[in-house]
Design a binder for this molecule. Structure first.
Ligand SMILES: *Cc1c(COP(=O)(O)O)cnc(C)c1O
Length: 419
């Protein structure tokens, strides 16, 4: 598989898609919640989707529409829906496709919010689930054979940094006609799952896509539905057939709008989408820079950290994921690396000695960020869940930013040496 990213292609594509060549160069913000209709006939047409004009901002807004078109192009999809947050995008897709009695398969480690959405909230509404390790293909195939309704996984485990065999999982989901959604938050441009046969890609655009931490947002991107023999026509998706027969290749969008956005309202707002586009313009430049820096910082720390603190990143030969990293993620697997300090006390002491690195719960920011895991995001999780998610007492998650990589490596080294 050749997954090399053409960063220059995306640099050109993104600046020219966000900006216009005539009139206002920056995207226009359209904050209106409601839109006047020409006449009663037009209103009827808008509601039945035969007239393509804004209906009401909960189900679509022109500024969101501009962002959705750009992200769809970037991911190689047919269309997209911008949402209020990354969790908004994930819960929109899950609630649009799943009903009480359905089963969801979750492969690999998950972001804390997704883990609790599945284990607590969806479970409360009668959706059952199972979790398995990324390479547990016996469980994956058994579950698919049983008729599971949807499969979800993350392109890179956060914070475990495990790497899945993305192509193999997608191929199996296609073989068993099962909808597969990939959370690509950590790896925009580095991995394009829709071009590999996936159905849905979601992002927290709060992270890498924006970079500036000035807008909470999410986006779900969809493939085109095939005219014949599409997996959505499998009998297990019978409750979607009416929409698929009416809406054809665009069907993923009305499925999510009619079965989730309209009723839950996890919609993006125009100003948030505007801010996300301002970030998107420079995404390709930033992704290329950050992924080079992560490798460089991991290598320096691997060589120079004192006894008792170690660094984990798939680019290191010591990582069990190194072979998959080199074959499937040749331009990097995102901004994260992790440090193991052994105990919570030592992790706290290291964090408290950092000068440049910022302590916060975000990732994919233009600044380098660090956080102790078990005392924050995973403080509510029991021992079994933490073990599965690869979270232990001495673990610090680090998200590398745009700074000079030598400065960042030096900051961690001086903090570790002072322990
Ligand atoms: C942050 C994050 C989310 C949730 O996104 P929000 O915008 O914070 O709701 C989902 N998945 C991953 C991998 C994330 O890092």
């Amino acid at each position: 598989m050749n997954n090399t990213t053409d960063f220059d292609y995306f640099n050109t594509l993104l600046v020219h898609s966000v900006g216009s060549s005539t009139g206002p160069i920056a995207p226009a913000i359209m904050p209106s919640a409601a839109f006047g209709y020409e006449n009663a006939e037009e209103a009827e047409g808008i509601f039945s989707a035969t007239v393509n004009k804004p209906l009401y901002a909960r189900v679509g807004n022109p500024t969101n529409g501009k962002l959705e078109g750009i992200v769809a192009k970037m991911e190689g999809g047919l269309g997209a829906i911008a949402t209020s947050s990354g969790m908004g995008a994930i819960s929109m897709v899950c609630t649009a496709f799943l009903s009480a009695g359905d089963e969801l398969l979750c492969i690999g480690g998950f972001f804390g919010g997704t883990y609790s959405l599945v284990n607590e909230t969806l479970a409360r509404f009668g959706v059952t689930n199972s979790f398995c390790e990324v390479d547990d293909f016996v469980h994956i195939e058994d579950t698919l054979k049983r008729g599971v309704k949807m499969v979800i996984f993350e392109s890179v485990g956060n914070p475990s940094l495990t790497l899945p065999d993305v192509q193999r999982i997608i191929d199996l989901c296609n073989q068993y006609e099962t909808v597969v959604m990939i959370d690509n938050t950590a790896t925009p441009l580095l991995l394009r799952p829709l071009t590999m046969g996936a159905d849905i890609v979601v992002h927290s655009s709060t992270k890498n896509m924006s970079g500036h931490s000035a807008a909470l947002g999410g986006v779900a991107v969809f493939r085109a539905v095939k005219e014949e023999g599409d997996k959505l026509l499998n009998p297990k998706y019978a409750d979607l057939h009416k929409i698929v027969k009416k809406m054809g290749k665009k069907s993923f969008i009305p499925i999510c709008k009619k079965r989730a956005i309209r009723d839950y309202g996890m919609t993006a707002n125009a100003f948030g989408s505007f801010m996300t586009m301002i970030g998107l313009e420079t995404l390709s430049l930033r992704v290329e820079r950050v992924n080079k820096s992560v490798e460089k910082i991991a290598a320096i720390l691997d060589e120079k950290l004192p006894e008792g603190v170690s660094v984990n990143h798939p680019s290191l030969l010591s990582s069990p994921d190194n072979a998959r990293y080199r074959s499937d993620f040749p331009d990097g697997c995102g901004p994260l690396l992790s440090l193991d300090c052994g105990t919570k006390e030592r992790a706290f002491a290291l964090l408290n000695k950092l000068n440049t690195v910022i302590l916060t719960a975000n990732i994919g920011d233009n600044r380098t960020l660090a956080l102790h895991m078990t005392s924050t995001i995973y403080s509510d999780f029991n021992e079994e869940a933490r073990k599965f998610l690869g979270v232990h007492e001495g673990l610090i998650r680090v998200s590398i930013g745009l700074e000079d990589p030598e400065t960042i490596a030096e900051d961690f080294l001086q903090a570790a040496k002072a322990l």
